[in-house]
Every structure is written in structure tokens, then in C-alpha cells.
Ligand binder design. Structure first.
Ligand SMILES: [Zn+2]
Length: 409
């Protein structure tokens, strides 16, 4: 019989191979390359975007290694090959065109010789957290298409308004995080828009009424919040609080089969987005300031706590979606959303609960309440409090396990 010392290496090899196959099988498939976008000549910007100040990238010169840049570009920030041809890089550094066309100015950043880890988040006693309750809610809920009212003929039913649920959640969460020692600011405190502009302000430029409304609530509102977050609040971390919903085709049966959960970080830029000068700039700013890498360990803990504590199932993006899986097993994805792109601080977007799932709808009808009530045989907090408590618990566990998180240099 062979000695154990001879068999052991073979056994370990088999284990490692089996583990690798298991990971490869369970990891969500990566998206296919998107077709190259037609290139404009001269400046090109996202809707309501402004030309970036490229000199703001200079502070990143010599700060990131070529290996880190290539890995983060491919694994988090860009869909396959989407950065070409405006961004080129070699082992020495990266060159980005300020706009398309011949003789376009460029910015060149050299790579660092050594890899260095992303800076940890500040400790709880020093961190300033901005809570961004998604959407507007209130009287704007119908206009922003965030008003789910499947029994509209029944006046006793409370319409499900994502903006109102998110604001109620943020108010509870603020209290909990302040008790833990954090400084917390709400990006909006009412069901009113942050922007002073209204749909009619966009009618001259966007003559279609529905389009003007979309520019108002999807673009101008988020740009106003970004200005507030970046210029006034200046947080170390942002949580964008949302509730999810599944699409439905049959108005008689709008009910979603699964009550799911996922988290989003900024990334997964498409070729058609990186054509825009401002989006190229914003992607590189996130990549070099390592916002996703800095937020990821906390996002992982939050994901673990939500899936452990609540009866939510992990959400999977289809391989065709413009999203990149950032974690091999957890439902944490990179997506380029206007808010997480414009917010300069590390930003975690939460998408727990499906509002057109029957249980969630039922819990919205119960309203907010103190203590616990029986839901399907289990005592549960009100929906908005459960969301706030679970997120606070995830943050508390993260800081308990990472006591050495230190202030930024
Ligand atoms: Zn939302």
C-alpha cells in the first residue's frame, strides 16, 4: 500500500480540479462582446452631459499597476473590447482620447511598477455615508412609472410606490447607522425632486412629452443628486436604496414568481457608452480610484447577510444583459447606471425584494409598524424596517470582522 504522503498530493490535485470545474459551472456566463459603436467626429456626450476636465485624471499618474488596470478593466468596468479604439494601453501606461476624430487631444497615465491594494473604507466612527432613496415617489410616482396598483378599482389598496418605500427605508436606516457611530446624510428627505427642473423645461430640446418626462426623472434628477452628493455631501460611501420589480405582460397576472435580491457596483460599460467622452472619463475615474474594489468586501458581507436572514433568492442576469458578475458566487454585478457612474464615492446599489411578488405586495399593504407581525407563519418586521435592519446588520458584521479598516491616507 502507498504511503499517505504519496497519495496526498494526488488527492489535493483532484480536489482543486473538481473545485475549479464547480466554480466554472456555477459562475454566471460572461456577456458576448458588443458590436463596435459608430464613432462620432468631435465631442460626444451622454444626455445632459458636460465635457469632462481631463486634467482631473492626472492625480492617478503612476498609482495603479498594469496588471490591476487590465484586470479591473476586463472583469469589472468594460464589456469585452468595448473600450476600443479610444482607450489604448501597453505595459507602460494607458492613453485615452478626449474625443474622436483626427488630432484629438489625449491624456496619458503611466502605470505603477507595484500592485497596491485598494484603500479600505474608513472605520464606522469616521465614515460619512450618503443614503440615496431611489426615485422620487409621492405625486411623481405615476409620472416616473414607479406606481404598482394591480387592484386600482379597490380604494382600500395602498399603491406600491418604490420612491416612498425607499425613503421610509432610508429614514430607519439613518437612525440605525447613527447609533453605530456613522455620520449619515439623506440625498433626499421628501417625495419632491432634488432638481428644480420639470418635464416642460425639456420640451424645447425633446419635443416628445414622454421623452421630456424621462429626461426629467431619469437624467436631470440623477444629475442634480450627483451634484449634491459630489459637491455638498462629499460622502465616503453611498447606498442607493431600491426595491426591484419583475416585468409582466399580462395585466390580469402581474405577479412575479420569485422574490429575489442582487447588488450593483459601477462598471460593465458598453461600446455605445464609451463612445461618449464623459462616460470614458467617468469609467477611468472609477477604475483608478478603485471605487468598486473598495466597496466589494462590504457588498459581499451585505449580500451574505441578506441571503442568510431573509427568504430572498439570488438574482441572475442573463448572459445577454449589459452586466458583469463581479463575484464568482454572490449576486453582485457591475452595471453602468447614471447614479453609480456620477457619484464619485464607492457606491453600492441595492435591489432586494420584488414589489410585484405577492408576499411583498401584501407586506406593503400592512404599512410600517413597530415590532413584529406574522407573515406566512413567521414573525417579521415591517418591510421597510426589515430592509433597514438587514442592511445595518450587514454593515455591523463587516466592521466587526474588519476592525482594522482605517481612514484614507
Ligand atoms: Zn428602482
Amino acid at each position: 500500500m502507498r504511503k499517505l504522503s504519496q497519495i496526498l498530493p494526488l488527492f489535493i490535485t483532484i480536489l482543486l480540479v473538481a473545485g475549479g470545474i464547480w466554480l466554472a459551472l456555477t459562475r454566471p456566463p460572461r456577456p458576448e462582446p458588443t458590436p463596435p459603436a459608430p464613432l462620432p467626429v468631435g465631442p460626444a456626450l451622454a444626455t445632459l452631459g458636460t465635457s469632462p476636465d481631463w486634467s482631473r485624471l492626472q492625480k492617478f499618474d503612476g498609482t495603479l499597476s498594469a496588471a490591476s488596470f487590465g484586470r479591473d478593466l476586463r472583469e469589472i468596468y468594460a464589456l469585452p473590447e468595448a473600450w476600443q479604439p479610444a482607450i489604448t494601453f501597453d505595459p507602460g501606461g494607458v492613453t485615452v482620447k478626449h474625443h474622436h476624430g483626427e488630432n484629438a487631444p489625449t491624456t496619458h497615465l503611466s502605470f505603477a511598477a507595484q500592485d497596491s491594494p485598494a484603500a479600505p473604507l474608513p472605520p464606522l466612527s469616521e465614515i460619512h455615508i450618503a443614503l440615496d432613496p431611489g426615485h422620487i415617489g409621492g405625486e411623481f410616482a405615476i409620472l416616473e412609472q414607479r406606481n404598482f396598483q394591480p387592484f386600482s378599482e379597490d380604494a382600500s389598496q395602498i399603491p406600491v410606490r418604490e420612491g416612498d418605500l425607499a425613503l421610509a427605508t432610508a429614514r430607519h436606516l439613518k437612525k440605525l447607522l447613527e447609533e453605530m457611530g456613522a455620520t449619515v446624510t439623506l440625498v433626499r428627505e421628501t417625495s419632491e425632486p432634488v432638481t428644480d427642473q420639470r418635464p416642460q423645461d425639456f420640451l424645447p430640446a425633446f419635443p416628445d412629452r414622454l421623452l421630456a418626462e424621462k429626461i426629467f426623472y431619469r437624467t436631470a434628477e440623477i444629475r442634480a443628486r450627483a451634484e449634491l452628493v459630489n459637491e455638498v455631501i462629499q460622502p465616503d460611501l453611498v447606498f442607493c436604496l431600491h426595491y426591484n420589480a419583475d416585468a409582466w405582460n399580462d395585466p390580469a397576472d402581474p405577479w412575479a414568481p420569485r422574490n429575489h435580491f442582487h447588488l450593483l457596483l459601477n462598471g460593465a460599460y458598453m461600446a455605445g457608452e464609451l463612445v461618449h467622452d464623459d462616460e470614458r472619463f467617468e469609467m477611468l475615474r472609477h477604475l483608478f480610484s478603485r471605487t468598486a474594489r473598495r466597496a466589494l468586501p462590504l457588498a459581499q458581507k451585505i449580500s451574505d447577510v441578506f441571503l442568510r436572514e431573509l427568504d430572498l433568492v439570488p438574482y441572475n442576469y442573463s448572459p445577454a444583459a449589459p452586466a458583469l458578475p463581479v463575484d464568482p458566487v454572490r449576486p453582485i454585478y457591475a452595471r453602468n447606471l447614471l447614479a453609480n457612474r456620477l457619484y464619485e464615492a464607492p457606491t453600492i446599489f441595492l435591489e432586494p425584494y420584488v414589489m410585484n411578488h405577492r408576499e411583498v405586495y401584501h407586506r406593503v399593504q400592512l404599512g410600517d409598524y413597530e415590532g413584529f407581525r406574522e407573515i406566512n407563519g413567521t414573525p417579521r418586521r415591517s418591510l421597510v424596517r426589515e430592509y433597514a435592519y438587514t442592511l445595518a446588520q450587514g454593515i455591523a458584521e463587516f466592521y466587526r470582522e474588519n476592525p482594522r479598516t482605517s481612514p484614507l491616507p
